[in-house]
Write a protein that binds this ligand. Structure first.
Ligand code: SDX
Length: 419
């Protein structure tokens, strides 16, 4: 425990510091306002820690990402449901724990039949993220309390992929395909997405392996926008399903999880414009243009996002195994090369993030662009759950930030006839 000294209006104030297991130092300002009358101001929270957590560690300068201490580079042979268990319960399941966990996830993957009716009310053009958020919130009407939290965690993880696949089937007017108990998580999702009643469907193992990797790489990322939203909503005492539904809505934004859809749309725009990178690099550098290089930059990573390195290699491998030649992959690599030679991006330490290559893989798997952020949400679900559960178990206060008021000072009401 150390001390930080603040001098305000000539008065000195000492505040305790806390140091995390990786040496990060936090200044504890819990008593700042009481001691000084002042608050801190940190728009976007780039310098503000909202909590202590033991789930995920990121080192943005060194490009490190670990789930409960395990580097993501070592998780290539893991199963997504294994990583979900690790994030939520804090240790890798042994064989018996893993089998029991997978059996429970298998047995809870069906939706209540009445929930299917909800989809009838959505227009065919409904964005799958809107349906996912609405349907996850609706789970709280069927499983109203958090008394059996472990069961509700299983229900949410198991049913979210079914809801996602049903959303896709709804958007293309095909019949819903029910989960099959012999499949693992990734295989079942692909089956529900792409099989039809009229003919047998074979899950492609290359695609299933790629999906498993994508889900693992998205599984958690400490206090990002959507996870902070899940914690914020959960801090009021709101139930798990409602808190996660709020996180899905936060993820949808193009600056966050919606970027994977925006990256493909940007690459298609560059392709349709003749494939010249420089015009779009220049646009991204021109503040007036409102154009950003989607999939580039990160609040924390000021080095490569380790996930984008893994996904770039996986894109090459999977497209090659599937015999797919996607011009957008070459476009993406060329854009990355040109950007990383440009001082604007180098000076601002803007590197490709997790969203830059993920869409190329989703496309190769036959997943439509408007489902990309749903895929991100399915991957992030165990992380959101783990963070919500940690908050609840560690004891929590309602999250209620302060503000610096810059509006009108006191003035008297004037009746309308005198205005
Ligand atoms: C995710 O937080 C997480 O962990 C998120 C995530 C997760 O796993 O949960 O990693 C997932 O959301 C990844 C990010 C996906 N979003 C995008 O790819 C959208 C494009 N990226 C940018 O919008 C931006 O980089 C953010 C939102 C990701 C980060 O924004 P910051 O930290 O607020 O950075 P900033 O906007 O203050 O940028 C600093 C400078 C600015 O220029 P100057 O004012 O210093 O001149 O860099 C510029 C920005 O204009 N800049 C970009 C840019 N990103 C930042 N310029 C052009 N193109 C970009 N993509």
């Amino acid at each position: 425990m150390g001390t930080a000294k603040l001098i305000l209006d000539g008065k000195e104030h000492d505040f305790p510091t806390t140091t995390g297991s990786e040496g990060e130092v936090g200044i504890d300002i819990a008593k700042l306002r009481a001691a000084t009358g002042a608050i801190t101001l940190d728009e976007g929270y780039g310098n503000t820690g909202s909590c202590k957590s033991a789930i995920t560690f990121i080192d943005g300068e060194r490009g490190i990402l670990r789930y409960r201490g395990y580097p993501i580079e070592q998780l290539g042979a893991a199963r997504f449901t294994e990583i979900a268990y690790l994030l939520i319960y804090g240790h890798l399941p042994n064989a018996a724990e893993f089998e029991a966990w997978r059996d429970k996830l298998t047995r809870h993957s069906l939706l209540h039949e009445d929930m299917k009716k909800f989809f009838e009310g959505f227009p065919a053009t409904a964005h799958p993220m809107a349906m996912l958020s609405a349907m996850v919130a609706s789970l709280s009407t069927y499983y109203p309390d958090d008394q059996d939290l472990d069961l509700n965690i299983v229900r949410l993880l198991a049913k979210a992929k079914t809801i996602a696949a049903f959303s896709y089937k709804k958007s293309i007017g095909q019949p819903f395909m029910y989960p099959r108990n012999g499949y693992n998580y990734a295989e079942n999702f692909l089956h529900m997405m792409f099989s039809v009643p009229a003919e047998p469907y074979e899950v492609n193992p290359v695609v299933a392996r790629a999906l498993n990797l994508l889900l693992i790489l998205h599984a958690d990322h400490e206090q990002n926008c959507s996870t902070s939203t899940v914690r914020m909503v959960g801090s009021s005492g709101a139930n798990l399903f409602s808190s996660i539904s709020a996180g899905i809505s936060a993820l949808w934004g193009p600056l966050h999880g919606g970027a994977n859809q925006a990256v493909i749309e940007m690459l298609e725009r560059i392709r349709d414009d003749g494939g010249g990178y420089q015009k779009f690099i220049d646009l991204a550098k021109d503040k007036e243009s409102g154009f950003k290089l989607m999939g580039f930059g990160h609040r924390v990573y000021k080095n490569f996002d380790p996930r984008s390195l893994i996904l770039k290699a996986a894109a090459d491998e999977v497209l090659d195994e599937l015999g797919i030649d996607d011009p957008l992959l070459d476009l993406a690599k060329g854009l990355e090369r040109v950007a990383l030679e440009d001082s604007y991006f180098v000076e601002r330490k803007l590197y490709p993030n997790v969203d830059f290559y993920s869409g190329i893989l989703y496309r190769a798997m036959g997943i439509p662009t408007n489902m990309f952020t749903v895929m991100f949400a399915l991957g992030r679900l165990p992380g959101w759950i783990a963070q919500w559960k940690e908050m609840r178990e560690e004891g929590y206060r309602i999250n209620r930030p302060r503000q610096i008021y810059i509006g009108e000072t006191a003035r008297d009401w004037v009746p309308v006839e005198r205005r």
